[in-house]
Design a protein around this ligand. Sequence first.
Ligand SMILES: [Zn+2]
Length: 77
Amino acid sequence: MIAISFSCVWALYVIVSVVIILFLWFFTEFKNRSRVFKIESERLFWQCSICAYTYVDSRHKNLSICPRCGSYNKKES
Ligand SMILES: [Zn+2]
């Protein structure tokens, strides 16, 4: 039989708990961050269909005016 002291079991318990908490934290942080970045990038960045100018418009969601040529751009889907 393997003799294990109480302090060794306690240290193992703390290490396993910290590893589980860190794993869950990184997993949820990565999942939330990738989703937010995808939503923000799809909503804010526009590319003009006439002059191909890429710009940021955070005020309009479906229809935006190109600051370079003044044409209207509509979001796909
Ligand atoms: Zn344009």
